[in-house]
Design a protein around this ligand. Structure first.
Ligand code: GLP
Length: 242
């Protein structure tokens, strides 16, 4: 059963995410965290950084595993997720580079080795996720098999368009390939927190949480997870059952 929490203010939502993480780190300071990118995560990481600065959150013992990365970008290229993470979370919270892992380029070409690496590191304790407008999680587009592990994907034009912001607003500059954790990789996380903000996520969020559990909506797999929490704002949550 997915637990749903709806917030009037994004600041409160972001604070809740940091509090949930702080609780996890109280129990296991060396937790393995699964991390997402995207516009939704910007205010979430901003609040985490604030928590770190206020000594309410200590990330010094964690290891982080990002969901996905574009193929072909350097770590300093504007649209790369490594850069996004460095700018939004790792640097401002003074984490060291050795704490963080990405599926590309480190695990090329045997991407499933990322899953083995996660397993031998102890598995992901706490995974944060966004959701694409078609229900994708990571870069797992509709019809990705439930048992998929980390793999390379060809991005659809729609997904490239949705991610154009980090590429000077030009979707043609968004790479055509990425490497993403699979649905199984994500599902194996012990706790999953999905965050959805804004009107554009309203319809898909309702479908993912109240519609059939089907590969047509990758995020619907959360309905089968034993510890999934969805945090959304009023706009994204307006079609959810009260
Ligand atoms: C990308 C990322 C996803 C993210 C999604 C939504 O496709 N790979 O991890 O959840 O975009 O992004 P946004 O938060 O910008 O709406």
């Amino acid at each position: 059963m997915v637990k749903i929490e709806i917030f009037d203010r994004i600041e409160r939502l972001a604070e809740r995410v940091s509090d949930l993480l702080a609780r996890q780190l109280e129990v296991s300071p060396d937790s393995r965290m699964g991390l997402a990118t995207g516009a939704t995560m910007v205010p979430i990481y901003e609040e985490m950084v604030r928590h770190v600065q206020q000594n309410r959150l200590n990330l010094s013992g964690v290891r982080t595993f990002n969901l996905d990365e574009y193929v072909g970008l350097g770590e300093s290229d504007a649209g790369s997720f490594r850069r996004f993470m460095r700018m939004n979370l790792f640097q401002p919270s003074k984490m060291s580079p050795g704490q963080s892992f990405f599926p590309w380029p480190d695990f090329a070409p045997e991407f499933a080795a990322y899953d083995d690496f996660i397993d031998t590191s102890g598995g992901i304790d706490w995974q944060i996720l966004g959701i694409g407008r078609n229900g994708h999680i990571g870069f797992n587009e509709p019809l990705t098999p439930w048992n998929s592990k980390t793999h390379e994907v060809i991005l659809t034009d729609d997904t490239r368009y949705a991610n154009r912001q980090a590429f000077e607003g030009d979707w043609r500059k968004v790479p055509t390939k990425a490497v993403t954790m699979g649905i199984e990789t994500i599902f194996r996380a012990r706790t999953i927190i999905l965050v959805a903000l804004g009107n554009q996520k309203r319809a898909i969020l309702a479908q993912a949480l109240h519609g059939p559990v089907s590969p047509e909506v990758p995020a619907s797999i959360l309905q089968e997870h034993s510890r999934a929490i969805v945090l959304c704002d009023r706009a994204a949550g307006s079609l959810l059952d009260k």
